[in-house]
Design a protein around this ligand. Structure first.
Ligand code: NDP
Length: 310
């Protein structure tokens, strides 16, 4: 039986609708949530991400502002900007778009963000809150995956979960969230022995690697839930054939754009998984929806607000 497709666009739309209702209630109580985005220089990918985030704010009724220091900005300039945003009461969330230019001490800048406004959940204080199960702000991508599992009625407690990847942004917080939800969690990385064997133990397999189609059917137990975080652009015809041979819809898109996206999971896995996220349209849309959700959450936590919606 082919896998159930976990539709990230649909779940993201549900989350956005809930966030919009909460943002409205807060605004009516004189506390409209606000997000400040800091975008340094002209990295094309970063510009696209930031445009998406600002647009999403407009859609859900969150105030947003964009700060665009030049590529030549110094660490001191950015620290001054962050300090100003930390002090402003109408700003609930501060997002410093990464990567920052080489001359900037990124860690120092991220550390300067008020943990109460750290909507990316990268500040060590929020990392500590997550690992000790205290209320805080959780990184958007793994937070979105937990929402997807919950809203798709996929049981987590007592399940074997395997996370491939141990980045601070995805793998580690993902593992912590699954552990907090009572899964038995294994974290894998580039030095893991017998990766396919370890992955085959998983009831829930999360791939956050950054390698196109690496997780093939040999890594997956029949019926497992497979969450594909990877977003890899392919432009080469041979690569295309390896993943999408015979897929007409992809063929048309590839012919038109000269590229397509493939996850870290090989599309053949959909033939044996119980449920799987597509790429695109799986985990990606949830990340921005969770940023909106985190901004509203930051507003409520910081301003001590309780809003009742609906
Ligand atoms: P990183 O490069 O920071 O981490 C990759 C991880 O994968 C590392 O822990 C690395 O191990 C591990 N890894 C690499 N090669 C192998 C291998 N051959 N076998 C086992 N493990 C391996 O990436 P991110 O976590 O930031 O992102 C992962 C992917 O998710 C990327 O494709 C990225 O584009 C995508 N992404 C998607 C998002 C979305 O919204 N959909 C959001 C964020 C990321 P080691 O630590 O040993 O080096």
């Amino acid at each position: 039986m082919p896998a159930t497709i976990l539709d990230g666009n649909k779940i993201a739309a549900e989350i956005r609708a809930e966030v919009a209702a909460e943002a409205k209630a807060l605004a009516e109580a004189g506390m409209r949530p606000g997000l400040a985005v800091v975008l340094v220089g002209h990295n094309p990918a970063s510009e696209i991400y930031v445009r998406g985030k600002v647009k999403s704010c407009e859609e859900v009724g969150i105030y947003s502002e964009k700060h665009t220091p030049p590529e030549t900005v110094t660490t001191a300039d950015l620290l001054a900007l962050v300090d100003d945003l930390n002090r402003r009461d109408e700003i609930d969330g501060i997002l410093v778009q990464l990567p920052l230019p080489r001359q900037v001490d990124s860690k120092k800048v991220l550390l300067a963000v008020d943990p109460a406004k750290d909507v990316d959940g990268f500040h060590p204080m929020n990392v500590g809150f997550l690992s000790t199960q205290r209320p805080g702000l959780v990184p958007c991508t793994p937070g979105g995956i937990m929402e997807m599992l919950r809203r798709s009625n996929i049981a987590v407690a007592g399940q074997d979960a395997v996370v491939v990847g141990r980045s601070d942004i995805v793998g580690k917080p993902m593992a912590m969230l699954l552990l907090n939800a009572n899964a038995t969690v294994t974290v894998c990385h580039s030095k893991t022995r017998d990766l396919p064997g370890v992955c085959r133990r998983a009831d829930i397999l999360v791939a956050a690697i950054g390698r196109a189609g690496m997780i093939t059917r040999d890594f997956v137990r029949s019926g497992a839930t497979v969450i594909d975080v990877g977003m890899n652009k392919i432009t080469d015809r041979t690569d295309f054939e390896r993943y999408f041979k015979g897929n007409e819809k992809r063929e048309q898109a590839f012919a038109k754009n000269g590229s397509t996206l493939v996850g870290d999971v090989h599309p053949e896995v959909a033939e044996i998984a119980g449920a799987i996220t597509p790429v695109p349209g799986g985990v990606g849309p949830l990340t921005i929806a969770m940023l909106m959700s985190n901004t509203v959450r930051a507003a409520k936590l910081r301003r001590g607000a309780t809003v009742s919606v609906g």
